[in-house]
Design a protein around this ligand. Structure first.
Ligand code: ADP
Ligand code: MG
Length: 849
């Protein structure tokens, strides 16, 4: 365990403007704020591993702060050095340097190659990449077409940026040239504080692989096989900024917000890491791309150094305090760096070894420089193939993901359709169980009232009925997906003055208020032994095929969506109809009430008439009186029956139609009875002499001289008037009844049309069912085909590998045959030569003999 190495560097002052005369004083590794006359201000003194004053050069910063990390990287330790500080405080100057004073990146690159030169017992393979994070998007600085790259994580490679161009290099000049080219693509902008302000975070990365040279044949093979892989990150952060000071607006403002946001996340990560292992809890690495990429370097397996640059001017005191507080917290972080030795094929060096050896043999005899160039070219080609393959694999993975999502979407559609069909069949069931027009209307009403109480919006949005389930599925699906958690929206205004102020006072956002990042997703690509040459085409073909299938499936999905929308429209229409019916039902409900009121009126009139008639009958024992009282009783009982029926009808609407009929009947009876009573009264009653006077007084015509016959006529007239009134009322009631009956007929018609629409909907639903099952079949077919393709692909790859192996063996055998043939030839030649010389020697001898 070792602490992060933290240093502070003070940039030379650019203005002598002073307000209170306060200044930053540097003494050894301490920096403190002093008042005008030199007295230190308490609480504003900080100690770090190093504090570099205004006169310090990049060379000194490199020597003291970064050199060790660079050397350790060559030895197999991960290393990261980054510059943090406000805009125009000297971060880029420190990392990139100037023409006269080379920066840390330049020195590190040269140092790495110088160190490698000195290590004779190991061979190295170095590759470099250069990226920037601009507005939370990762862009490749080596290749402008590689924009908006994604971060992935695999067991073999850990966290990596997919599609990022890597270049294998074998000397420092080559790297510096590449960096120079990359710098052109970097985002700069002009602000009030810096004419060339870096608007993005840049990460220059060197991956150093090395393995022991197998010089001694008796050596331990495992130690030779082990390959060290280390990653060196050199990071130049964009500066935190206060919008008012930088005068940023428009594009600059948006950049500023993103810069501040990611620096705030970095601050939060540092804050959490500085809390010590036990209290740490969740570290929000995934909340910004910067922290996600730097995850291994922050509190992980890396040697890390941070150089915090500050501006000495009094006007920047607040920002400087913020930077120093950030540095103080960073000082408390411990990392656990170790040499990264691996035995698997993850190391590029290992994967490329055989091929390189092959090429070396082929080129033996060529000039060494040409050989090296060829090897480098081959290596880069191979790396490109690998990266290409990796990109394709990632694309394939994404295709699979979208395939899954599409599946999910179809399932949701299915659920919604099921839901809708449930609703339709629910209404069907209800309709079937109801008998007669009245009961159907009743059930509809009950359904409506029930829906308003229990199902809330079941009628208004039927698809929501099953949606809770759908949401759960969606949620769980989402939680497995993201590579980094989205930031809460409130972060978008992180660049406002208040937040900025808080940030620079060392304020850290409450991490619990941040959306927690989902659990780390370890994503691993399926192991793939495909050789680059043959795999590319196949992969491309497969991807294209999948894309085509995806298009077809998307069309299917769109069709389903269209149908679903139609279904929803129909549903809305139905709902309108239902609400109209509800209103009508309400009107119908009021009928018993109104009838009951009419009956009440009739009763009053009836009682009035009776009391008037009874007043003429003074003798309670007379037959007329008896008749009248019995009529009164009959009438009362009739009215009571009517009232009970109406109150029943109001309580239980199911018999409302029956009630109407009953009322009609009873009214008729009442009318007839009244008629007969009056007729009998008129015909049977013979007026007595003692009542004559009273009758004459009560006669409504008021004519005292009325004769008996005239009186009777008068009474008859009055009674017939009353009867007419009752008749009129009765006709009024009949009319009302007719009107209500018409309403009922219309409602029935509407109900019938609704029934027809329901039937149509049902047919549509069945059709949709059919389509969904068809597309599910298609999907399973596609999945099967895809699996078959993959299987074939793997078999083909294995076959090719075997073939290659055979060819190699054959070549080796052929070469040894050639060699033995050549040696055989040379033997024969030398033998011939010997024989010839022997012949030549023996011939003169024989001649001389
Ligand atoms: P930053 O990257 O932090 O926004 P720069 O590195 O661009 O700031 O520095 C702003 C200006 O200050 C540049 O012109 C740079 O040359 C100058 N500068 C910064 N630090 C130093 C230093 N230590 N010595 C000389 N000039 C410096
Ligand atoms: Mg800069």
């Amino acid at each position: 365990m070792e602490k992060i190495c933290v240093a502070v560097r003070v940039r030379p002052s650019v203005s002598s403007e002073s307000f209170n005369g306060a200044y930053w004083n540097v003494e050894d590794n301490r920096i403190s704020l002093h008042r005008l006359h030199g007295t230190p201000i308490s609480g504003l003194s900080y100690t770090f591993d190093h504090v570099f004053d205004e006169s310090s050069t990049n060379a000194r910063v490199y020597e003291l702060l970064t050199k060790d990390i660079i050397h350790a990287a060559v030895d197999g330790f991960n290393g990261t050095a980054f510059a943090y500080g406000q805009t125009s405080s000297g971060k880029t100057f420190t990392m990139n340097g100037s023409e006269t004073d080379a920066g840390i990146i330049n020195r590190a690159v040269k140092d790495v190659f110088a160190k490698i030169q000195m290590i004779s017992d190991r061979e190295f393979l170095i590759r470099v990449s250069y990226m920037e994070i601009y507005n939370e998007e990762i862009n490749d600085l080596f290749s402008v077409e590689n924009q908006k790259l994604q971060i992935h994580e695999s067991l073999e490679r850990g966290i990596f940026v997919s599609g990022l161009r890597e270049e294998i290099v074998n000397n420092a000049e080559q790297v510096l040239k590449l960096i120079e080219l990359g710098e052109v693509n970097r985002h700069f902008g002009e602000t009030n504080m810096n004419v060339r302000s870096s608007r993005s975070h840049t990460i220059f990365r060197m991956v150093i692989e090395s393995k022991g040279k197998d010089t001694n044949s008796s050596g331990d093979s495992s130690s030779v096989d082990a390959i060290r892989v280390s990653v060196l990150n050199l990071v130049d952060l964009a500066g935190s900024e206060r919008i008012a000071k930088t005068g940023a607006d428009g594009v600059r403002l948006k950049e500023g917000k993103h810069i501040n946001k990611s620096l705030m996340v970095l601050g939060n990560v540092i804050n959490k890491l500085s809390e010590g292992a036990k209290q740490r809890g969740h570290i929000p690495y995934r909340d910004s791309k910067l922290t996600r990429i730097l995850q291994p370097a922050l509190g992980g397996n890396a040697k890390t150094s941070i150089i915090c640059t500050i501006a000495p001017e009094e006007v920047h005191i607040e920002e400087t305090k913020g930077t120093l507080q950030f540095a103080s917290r960073a000082k408390r972080i411990t990392n656990c760096a170790q040499v990264n030795e691996i035995l698997t094929d993850a190391a590029l060096l290992k994967r490329q070894k055989l091929e390189i050896e092959d090429l070396r043999k082929k080129l033996q005899g060529s000039h060494a420089e040409v050989l090296e160039q060829e090897i480098l070219k081959l290596r880069n080609d191979m790396l490109k193939y690998e990266l290409e393959r990796e990109k394709l694999a990632t694309e394939l993975e994404e295709e699979r993901k979208s395939h899954k999502e599409r599946d999910q979407c179809i399932r949701e559609q299915q659920m919604k359709i099921d839901n809708l069909s449930n609703l339709v069949s629910f209404s069907d069931l209800d309709r079937n169980s109801n008998q007669g027009q009245g009961s159907a209307r009743q059930s509809l009403k009950e359904e409506c009232s029930e829906s308003s109480v229990h199902q809330g919006d079941a009628f208004s949005t039927p698809c929501f009925k099953a949606d809770p389930k759908a949401f759960v599925v969606k949620r769980s699906n989402y939680s497995t997906l993201p590579d980094y958690s989205p930031l809460p929206d409130t972060f978008s205004n992180v660049a406002d003055e208040d937040t900025w102020q808080k940030m620079n006072k060392g304020y850290m956002a409450d991490l619990d208020s941040l959306q927690m990042t989902p659990a780390r997703k370890v994503q691993s690509f399926p192991s793939n032994d495909i050789t680059p040459a043959c795999s590319n085409d196949n992969f491309k073909k497969e991807v294209q095929q999948l894309k085509r299938q995806l298009e077809i499936a998307t069309e299917d999905k769109n069709e389903l969506e269209r149908k679903h929308a139609e279904q929803i429209m129909l549903n809305h229409q139905l709902m309108d109809e239902i609400s109209k019916l509800q209103q009508e039902a309400k009107l119908i409900q009021e009928i018993p009430q109104r009838l009951s009121e009419s009956v009440g009126n009739c009763k009053d009139v009836y009682e009035d008439i009776l009391s008037i008639v009874q007043s003429f009958v003074s003798d309670g024992e007379s037959s007329t009186a008896k008749l009248l009282s019995s009529t009164s009783e009959i009438g009362k009982s009739l009215f009571t029956t009517l009232e009970t029926h109406f109150s029943m009808a109001m309580d239980d609407r199911s018999s409302s139609t029956g009630n109407n009929f009953l009322i009609q009947e009873q009214c008729k009876v009442l009318y007839e009875k009244l008629n007969s009573t009056i007729t009998s009264l008129v015909s049977s009653e013979t007026p007595s002499s003692e009542n004559e006077e009273a009758r004459a007084q009560l006669c409504s015509c008021g004519n005292k001289g009325c004769t008996q016959g005239g009186e009777t006529a008068c009474w008859k007239e009055e009674l017939s008037n009353e009867l007419n009134t009752i008749k009129e009322r009765y006709y009024g009631l009949e009319k009302e009844l007719d009107h209500n009956n018409q309403l009922l007929v219309v409602s029935k018609e509407r109900y019938d049309s609704l029934e027809r629409e329901f039937r149509l909907l049902k047919e549509d639903r069945d059709l949709l069912h059919q389509m969904v099952s068809d597309s599910s079949q298609k999907l399973s077919l596609v999945t099967d085909q895809k699996e078959n393709v993959l299987k074939d692909l793997n078999t083909e790859v294995r076959r090719r590998k075997n073939l290659e192996e055979e060819i190699k063996q054959f070549s080796v055998a052929f070469a040894s045959r050639q060699r033995s043939l050549a040696s055989f030839h040379s033997d024969i030649n030398s033998n011939c030569e010997k024989l010839r010389t022997q012949c030549l020697v023996s011939l003169p001898k024989s001649r001389g003999c």
